[in-house]
Design a protein around this ligand. Structure first.
Ligand SMILES: C[S@@+](CC[C@H](N)C(=O)[O-])C[C@H]1O[C@@H](n2cnc3c(N)ncnc32)[C@H](O)[C@@H]1O
Ligand code: SF4
Length: 397
């Protein structure tokens, strides 16, 4: 299986400006993991990745989604109430002004980011200030926005697609596959018309018991999409026992109440046949599609069963995320772990300086507790997607 970052040299030799930003961002991330986490256990000298869960709203209801799915924690009216708290574009611009001299990588997600009313202005401003912008989207609004995305030179789009048409639409809703394919086509058309190589686009496929058997068909179809990568995300899953352990741990060590994990205990990991899935992955990885197919985490085929059936067993450890990443929530809350927003460091609607929040007392306490934890993980971190991407590989996995 390919390494997580195998896409970097393959894609970016064509775009030196983007390559420079990426290499600098990932270089500083590496330094944070190797040096800062070790020698500055409470503070962070780097902030090389800034992520924005820019809205709680979404037009889809993907079944396994921890936010809007069957067990989602942002379901129904709750998201509509929360959306009244959106950070206005003026405040985001001041934040972008503050952090741009340090060139963090910007990663925008949601909910569905294109539902944030000023998303196009946000994207334009990030790029104008010389930063790298990538957006994770369900792709259903791409066609309508393609002309402007290409004109404003957004760098990267991570588009979710969970199978070939019938499987994808069972998971993500009727008609969603077609909209994504039309979106890819329109972006490619605009790139040609405008003579631009940006944005680079790729698929993200989240694995569940509904799609793992049929990945070949999507991988074959994707050859015609004009994409630059295909990421296969093994998924963030948990269970009630891990949730209880995490809640106790966070209360005792950080006096924090935890609500976010319930969304991941949806059972969509159950019934995945590890041996069969390993075979499917082997076939998919042997395809010569002209772009990398990357599994996150890239684990040994014989450990796939463990990944889905022994949710307590870490496959990556020594989390270093809080030494290089900050996430801004739709309401301005700042926290470290993209998918786990309960431990709030501060709020950009109440405080002027992001960097002060990023190294305040609550931030230092969190880093200290995480670093001192067994394997450098808290109980609920075992299948966290960020840790799957950036955590340290455990020998044997
Ligand atoms: C929450 S969505 C937000 C952005 C956008 N709405 C989208 O679907 O791409 C971000 C990513 O999380 C993935 N996701 C949903 N449920 C997941 C789960 N249980 N484990 C891991 N990733 C999940 C989605 O498929 C998507 O790729
Ligand atoms: S499109 Fe994204 S945020 Fe919306 S339900 Fe699906 S995974 Fe969740």
């Amino acid at each position: 299986m390919k390494h997580n970052f195998s896409v970097v040299p393959e894609v970016l030799l064509k775009d030196p400006d983007m390559a420079k930003l990426l290499v600098s961002g990932f270089g500083r991330k590496r330094k944070a993991a190797l040096v800062d986490r070790r020698f500055h256990p409470k503070t962070s000298k780097e902030m090389s990745l800034l992520t924005f869960r820019i809205t709680p709203l979404c037009n889809l209801r993907c079944v396994m989604c921890n936010q809007r799915g069957e067990t989602g924690v942002l379901k129904g009216d709750y998201a509509i109430q929360e959306a009244k708290k959106l950070v206005p574009i003026e405040r985001y611009k001041r934040l972008i002004d503050e952090v741009s001299p340090h060139k963090p990588l910007f990663y925008v997600w949601g909910g569905e980011p294109f539902i944030y009313p000023d998303i196009m202005e946000f994207g334009k401003y990030v790029v104008e200030k010389g930063n790298l912008l990538s957006v994770n989207t369900n792709g259903t609004f791409l066609k309508a926005r393609a002309e402007q995305i290409v004109r404003d030179r957004w760098h990267a789009l991570f588009v979710s697609l969970d199978g070939f048409e019938d499987i994808n639409d069972t998971i993500r809703g009727s008609g969603s596959y077609k909209k994504v394919v039309e979106g890819f086509a329109e972006i490619n058309k605009q790139k040609k018309l405008q003579g631009s190589n940006r944005p680079y686009m790729g698929i993200v496929t989240t694995i569940s018991r509904l799609n793992y058997r049929y990945l070949d068909k999507l991988a074959e179809a994707a050859r015609d999409f004009g994409i630059a990568w295909h990421i296969i995300n093994l998924g963030t899953y948990t269970n009630s026992s891990i949730i209880e352990q995490h809640k106790r741990f966070m209360k005792e060590k950080l006096d924090s109440d935890i609500h976010c994990l319930d969304g991941f205990a949806n059972g969509y990991n159950e019934g995945i046949d590890g041996e069969l899935f390993a075979e499917v992955l082997k076939r998919v990885h042997s395809m010569k599609n002209g772009y990398p197919i990357i599994t996150v985490p890239a684990i040994k085929p014989e450990k796939i069963d463990t990944y889905y059936t022994q949710l307590e067993q870490p496959v990556r450890d020594q989390c270093s995320i809080p030494w290089f990443q900050g996430n801004i929530d739709y309401n301005g809350d700042v926290y470290f772990c993209s998918d786990y927003p309960d431990y709030v460091l501060g709020n950009i609607m109440k405080e002027d300086s992001f960097y002060q929040i990023y190294n305040n007392e609550r931030a230092r306490r969190f880093r200290h507790v995480l670093k001192e934890s067994k394997k450098g993980l808290m109980p609920g971190c075992v299948r966290c997607y960020q840790n799957m991407l950036f955590g340290k590989k455990i020998i044997g996995y």
